[in-house]
Design a protein around this ligand. Structure first.
Ligand SMILES: O=P(O)(O)OC[C@H]1O[C@H](O[C@H]2O[C@H](CO)[C@@H](O)[C@H](O)[C@H]2O)[C@H](O)[C@@H](O)[C@@H]1O
Ligand SMILES: O=c1ccn([C@@H]2O[C@H](COP(=O)(O)OP(=O)(O)O)[C@@H](O)[C@H]2O)c(=O)[nH]1
Length: 486
């Protein structure tokens, strides 16, 4: 099978460069070894009506990486607009932050249609397409319109919310109907999958049998594939990193003080404000922890052109300044706040230096930082993970100290408890989490999804086509060769 993997964000795999998000971090090591072609955005745009999309293609491991220049007129409306100002907030149950215009929606559809045309260049006999994430909900339908009959899978890296929340997205119905052009739709958790299936049944009135949704396109299997990491490789990275200058300097600067670490994109879904308030509360409730335990918070800038992200950056910076002003001493800074990214080779060493990992998103598809923190620990003296129950990772890492990120007092108490947890309990919890990480690696995730996609194709060829009542479909009219949706 010739696999074509598609995502908005790709990674060129430069060692020492920070990863922009978990999708690129997770896909890089497996795509490199799979021989697949990975197609995504180059981060550049190009003017004009590109008849032949421009792609820079380079070798990536045993396969290739193709980076496309996306259409200049639509990029902003697609990425900052519909994908990250309408879909992202809805997918993270923040309906209050949904901002969507008709122009943004049309740009989103244009970029999906553009990507479909671009993908034809990589289609060979026996090709399967694997589309990643909410940037390309309609890509499968666009490919079908171009006559593609090969298997097309889709994996959603974010949560899928309750019906009432996703219904807040303009054009939700036609987008979700378009998703049914995929043969296989993968989710991070059972809850996400159930929410999606419930929408298909209740809002689209479709029949669902054994996880298979029957629509005008035929059969779509909805299933759960929790994404993992390579814990062995991450542990090796962490051991090697102990001599990295940044890691050595951090260790020296601590003078025996305990350290908690947080590593997140600066995103409102990550719960940074509540986390910092929890530390503030902890130092107020337990004055003995002032000077003896501090927080290193890495907050990598993300999607800065979007208003909600710009506001968050100012709000977090102000809160950190207030808390440091309140609890700091002439020779002690409670929160070290870094507004930049680090390569994973350093990050792994920073995780290992910290006695507590704090991962407290309000909502998160998976959260790979939680898994990486666990894998990076020293087995004889492991740190403690404080983890939000609303991160996908909490389903597997259930021996972490699970917290409600809305309960600031509760988080303050739990972080204090983590800082003083006895070694036997730390080891017991850590070993149970490592067993889960070893059982669900990124390699396994990749193999499970591609095998399930292959099985969908077999089912298709063995079963007669399904006829159903036509659902409501977007009305298309051609304008300058592009697709328009009403
Ligand atoms: O590409 P960006 O706009 O810079 O954003 C970075 C990525 O953020 C999201 O990552 C998700 O994928 C992780 C791996 O499955 C998962 O652990 C995390 O919970 C998700 O939020 C987004 O879904 C990606 O498309 C972005 O590339
Ligand atoms: O400075 C940084 C911050 C994060 N990461 C990586 O970015 C990914 C973040 O993934 P996660 O699933 O936690 O969250 P996302 O950002 O995708 O929502 C992880 O693999 C981190 O190791 C990185 O390489 N450098």
């Amino acid at each position: 099978m010739n696999l074509v993997v598609v995502s908005n964000r790709v990674s060129r795999g430069k060692p020492n460069e920070p990863m922009t998000g978990g999708l690129a971090a997770a896909l890089l090591p497996i795509v490199e070894k799979s021989g697949a072609i990975w197609v995504g955005s180059s981060g550049r745009v190009r003017d004009g009506n590109q008849k032949e999309p421009f792609a820079e293609v380079e070798a990536l491991g045993t396969g290739a990486l193709a980076m496309l220049d996306l259409p200049a007129a639509h990029y902003g409306g697609y990425y900052e607009g519909f994908a990250n100002s309408a879909l992202w907030p809805a997918l993270h149950s923040r309906a209050d932050l949904i901002r969507a215009s008709q122009e943004d929606y049309l740009s989103y559809r244009e970029v999906n249609a553009f990507m479909a045309r671009a993908l034809l260049r990589f289609r060979k006999t026996d090709t399967a397409f694997w589309v990643q994430d909410y940037h390309f909900l309609a890509l499968g339908a666009e490919l079908r319109d171009l006559g593609v009959t090969e298997p097309i899978g889709f994996f959603l890296h974010t949560p899928w919310p309750a019906r009432s929340v996703i219904s807040g997205v303009p054009h939700h119905r036609e987008l979700i109907e378009a998703m049914l052009a995929y043969d296989l739709i993968g989710f991070q958790t059972e809850e996400d999958c159930e929410n999606f299936v419930s929408y298909a049944q209740s809002d689209l009135g479709l029949v669902v049998h054994d996880g298979v949704i029957i629509s005008r396109y035929g059969r779509t299997r909805a299933a759960v594939f929790p994404i993992g990491i390579d814990p062995k490789q991450f542990a090796q990275l962490a051991m090697k990193a102990s001599t990295h200058p940044d890691v050595s300097r951090l260790r020296r600067s601590l003078n025996g003080e305990k350290l908690a670490i947080g590593v997140d994109r600066l995103d409102y879904s990550k719960g940074l404000i509540n986390r910092i308030k929890a530390f503030d509360r902890m130092w107020t409730l337990h004055p003995s922890l002032a000077r003896t335990a501090s927080l290193l918070q890495i907050a990598t800038p993300s999607r800065g052109a979007i208003e909600a992200y710009g506001n968050l950056q100012s709000e977090v910076a102000k809160l950190v300044t207030d808390v440091n002003g309140q609890h700091g001493e002439v020779d002690w800074t409670p929160i070290r706040y870094l507004n930049k990214g680090y390569g994973q080779a350093v990050l792994a060493g920073l995780y290992r230096t910290a006695q507590v990992g704090v991962v407290t998103p309000l909502q998160d598809g998976m959260n790979l930082v939680a898994k990486e923190y666990v894998a990076a620990q020293n087995p004889v003296d492991p740190g403690v993970l404080v983890l939000s129950k609303f991160a996908g990772a909490a389903n597997e890492l259930d021996t972490a100290l699970l917290v409600n990120p809305h309960d600031i007092d509760g988080m303050a108490r739990t972080i204090a408890m983590a800082l003083s947890m006895p070694l036997t309990e730390r080891r017991m919890r850590w070993e149970a989490m490592m067993a889960k990480l070893r059982g669900h690696t990124i390699q396994q995730w990749f193999a499970d999804f591609t095998e399930a996609l292959h099985d969908c194709q077999l089912d298709k060829s063995e079963l007669a086509p399904v006829m159903t009542e036509p659902a409501l479909w977007p009305v298309r009219s051609a304008t300058n060769g592009g697709a328009r949706y009403h």
